[in-house]
Design a protein around this ligand. Structure first.
Ligand SMILES: Nc1ncnc2c1ncn2[C@@H]1O[C@H](COP(=O)(O)OP(=O)(O)OP(=O)(O)O)[C@@H](O)[C@H]1O
Ligand SMILES: [Mg+2]
Length: 231
């Protein structure tokens, strides 16, 4: 399981995270909510190692990974679906998927068939350039690329942002399917309340660099959460 303990994170002199703590268990979806600029992405960057923390710890299955480089965390099964998708526009869909191979042992360097079961559209588009896909297809590709690494901890940063409703449903179903396999912990950053509520086993709400509410879905008080989501 993931245990983020009391982390601080700075960009230069500006403090983006103040004592953030967060837990995520295998077989569950933990939703991290909050309005623009409160520190959701910064929290994920800290977890995957894209930005250092200045204090606090990040434990993954009991090991302190807070000072490990991103590739070392990836080797331990930590994968991110970044905000804005970050697909390579000039690479084909297949090549985009293969970029995930770097942290996979040679024998596992093939595209798992489950990826095409989750996102059939990708199979028919393997030779298309990433940049030619629709936003929703690119999001599916970004999730698939993360799954190539066979993650044990998958963090997704606003996968529904700017995506049409039919594909949002597909993405929700894919996340549910991944949870049901019971093999990974999932942290989902989301501003779209209904999507988060329908998927969350546990949740945390951030405001101005801090976690202001957290608990199991049963404790999620819609009105209070919504107050933290509206401007
Ligand atoms: N690379 C950076 N350099 C300087 N400041 C940054 C950087 N990235 C984020 N920030 C600042 O840190 C704070 C938290 O940003 P962060 O991206 O974590 O928020 P967020 O909750 O993900 O927002 P959004 O919902 O818009 O994605 C904001 O004030 C933001 O302006
Ligand atoms: Mg963000």
């Amino acid at each position: 399981m993931l245990s983020v303990e009391n982390i601080d994170l700075y960009y230069g002199a500006a403090q983006a995270l103040k004592g953030v703590s967060l837990k995520a268990e295998v077989g569950k979806v933990t939703c991290l909510m909050g309005r623009n600029g409160v520190g959701k992405t910064s929290t994920l960057r800290a977890v995957v190692g894209q930005h250092p923390v200045s204090s606090g710890r990040i434990l993954w299955n009991g090991e302190d990974v807070s000072r490990l480089a991103p590739h070392a965390r990836a080797k331990r099964g930590i994968a991110i679906v970044p905000q804005g998708r970050e697909i390579f526009p000039l690479l084909t869909v297949k090549e985009n998927l293969e970029t995930g191979y770097a942290c996979v042992p040679r024998k596992d360097r093939k595209i798992p068939e489950t990826i095409f079961e989750l996102f059939p559209v990708l199979k028919s588009m393997l030779s298309r350039r990433g940049g030619d896909l629709s936003g929703g297809q690119q999001q599916q590709l970004a999730i698939a690329r993360a799954l190539i690494t066979r993650p044990k901890l998958l963090v997704l940063d606003e996968p529904t942002e700017g995506i049409q409703p039919s594909i949002i449903k597909d993405i929700g179903r894919a996340i549910e399917w991944l949870r049901e396999q019971g093999e990974m912990a999932i942290v989902l950053v989301e501003q779209y309340f209904e999507f988060a509520r329908d998927l969350a086993d546990d949740f945390a709400v951030m405001d101005r660099g801090e976690v202001v509410m957290a608990g199991a879905r049963a404790d999620l008080e819609e009105t209070r959460v919504r107050q933290h989501l509206t401007v």
